[in-house]
Design a protein around this ligand. Structure first.
Ligand code: FES
Length: 89
């Protein structure tokens, strides 16, 4: 079992944490531990996810601040894929 405290121990977890900071995803931070865990799990199984795959994988994590567009951009940044369309809804 991996918890949020240890997520940075993996290469994927580190990439997600860095992307979260680079894209400035967090607002209140309430949902972020779950978002980071779900994003890391997605990238572990799908290294280059499409927007649809990201949206499907992340749909169980609600964010009351509505940072979904930045979350998608951060996941794509962590995956090393083009983010030019990430801010389009
Ligand atoms: Fe506030 Fe997601 S950042 S609930």
């Amino acid at each position: 079992v991996t918890t949020i405290e240890a997520i940075g121990a993996s290469k994927t977890g580190q990439a997600v944490q860095k992307a979260w900071l680079d894209v400035d995803v967090m607002q209140c931070g309430y949902c972020q531990a779950g978002q980071v865990m779900a994003a890391t799990a997605l990238l572990n199984t799908t290294p280059k996810p499409t927007d649809k795959q990201i949206d499907t994988a992340m749909q169980g994590n609600a964010c009351r601040c509505g940072t979904y567009v930045r979350i998608r951009e951060a996941i794509k940044t962590a995956a090393g894929v083009d983010t030019k369309d990430s801010r389009e809804v």
